[in-house]
Design a protein around this ligand. Structure first.
Ligand code: UD1
Length: 363
């Protein structure tokens, strides 16, 4: 059974690594790995392949950056001949990035079975490009693997047949549990002069936050106050850099002396940073789940989340972008050791095995 596995952007790499590993138990499965090239900087791509032990892709489509339409179309145009040539039995896509929907659409139109890992998550916010990618990919998929019960409920409500849906757990957590001990050896805390539980980590990359200078300015009002208590480490995503440079006040160094900006970090350094943080501030999806497993409080700087289980488990607080709301949530957090971990029994490090087993059983 030949399966083309698609990756494009940074979070995809973290999700595909355990799946490729799990296929090894099933000799019937012949996996091919296609990298669309959506993320291409060495720190956004190669470093993740190396640290996560992902084999070299069989093919790199090298599409690079572009508007949504350009990037999606370029991926589709370059992926179609691959499917024509390889004639796979299935195409597997992960997550919700443009590479996910682009390759999903190609497979579905060519009559090739489509498998979606991380199906059913919904923010119910169609201004997010990822929400459109999720809804469309799920509508096309033949086999849908969910991380949490809300995903199953959403799919059933949208009319997806129950037999196509499988609640298997979270492959991003498979990677985290596999690499946590190794990440503990990273020297990133010493390199940045940080002490465990005495700093916060910040990530921002959503267009709704970083492309709007007024929004960025308001967020930085909250960060200015938080960094008086806790140094804030901010690894900057390349898409955030240009707008940050425009939006940040020229006296940022004086006003936020304890804000430490770095370039994008590798998987192991970032995992170590999260694991030892007092607090994480983020607009990412995956980080809400990773902090859940690590027992680290997370303030999500968005108006909604497609991952409600992270809020139910108790580590994640969706606080929006208003500085007063961010600060009041911050002040409500008790200075304490890591929170008691409450998670789904399926976030156990074995989701990829369940996925591979189900794929192997596919007709
Ligand atoms: C993409 C995903 C987003 C995911 C994020 C993880 C979509 C619609 N968005 O957002 O869901 O959370 O990846 O990081 O697919 N750039 C570089 N080097 C790179 C890659 C990007 O400099 O290796 C810069 C370019 O200026 C590019 C911009 O970042 O235009 C945006 O990249 P893109 O892949 O379009 O979206 P992300 O914001 O990374």
């Amino acid at each position: 059974m030949k399966i083309i596995n698609v990756v494009g952007a940074r979070p995809n790499f973290v999700k595909i690594a355990p799946i490729l590993e799990a296929y090894k138990a099933f000799p019937r499965i012949i996996p091919l790995l296609v990298h669309t090239g959506q993320h291409y900087d060495p720190t956004m791509s190669d470093l993740f392949f190396r640290q996560l032990g992902i084999p070299e892709p069989d093919l790199n489509l090298d599409v690079g950056s572009g508007s949504h339409a350009t990037q999606t179309a370029d991926i589709m145009k370059t992926f179609e001949p691959v499917v024509l040539k390889q004639r796979p039995d299935a195409v597997l896509v992960v997550g919700d990035v443009n590479s996910t929907i682009a390759c999903g659409l190609v497979a579905a139109k060519m009559g090739v079975k489509l498998i979606h890992v991380e199906a059913g998550l919904r923010s119910f916010d169609r201004t997010m490009p990822e929400e459109i990618n999720r809804v469309l990919t799920d509508a096309l998929a033949d086999l849908l693997f969910c991380t949490e019960q809300s995903g199953v409920d959403n799919l059933l409500r949208e009319g997806v047949a129950r037999e196509k849906i499988h609640l298997v757990g979270n492959v991003m957590i498979d990677s985290l549990l596999r690499h946590r001990a190794h990440a503990a050896q990273s020297e990133i805390l010493d390199q940045l002069g940080l002490e465990p539980r005495r700093y916060a980590v910040l990530t921002l990359h959503r267009p709704s936050n970083v492309d709007d200078p007024v929004m960025l300015g308001r967020l930085f009002e909250a960060f200015e106050i938080i960094q008086r208590d806790l140094p804030i480490v901010f690894p900057v995503h390349p898409r955030a850099r240009p707008s940050l440079m425009k939006a940040l006040p020229s006296d940022v160094g004086r006003r936020l002396p304890r804000l430490k900006m770095t370039g994008p970090l590798g998987y192991l350094d970032f995992l170590k940073l999260m694991d030892n943080a007092r607090l994480v501030l983020t607009d990412s999806g995956g980080i809400q789940e990773e902090t859940t497993i690590l027992g680290v409080p997370c303030l999500t700087l968005r108006d909604n989340t497609e991952r409600p289980a992270t809020v139910e488990f108790g580590t994640n607080h969706v606080v929006g972008r208003n500085p007063d709301a961010i600060l009041s949530a911050y002040h409500r957090l008790q200075p304490s050791a890591p929170l008691e971990q409450r998670t789904s029994p399926l976030w156990d490090g074995h989701a990829a095995e369940r996925i591979a087993e189900r794929i192997n059983a596919m007709a």
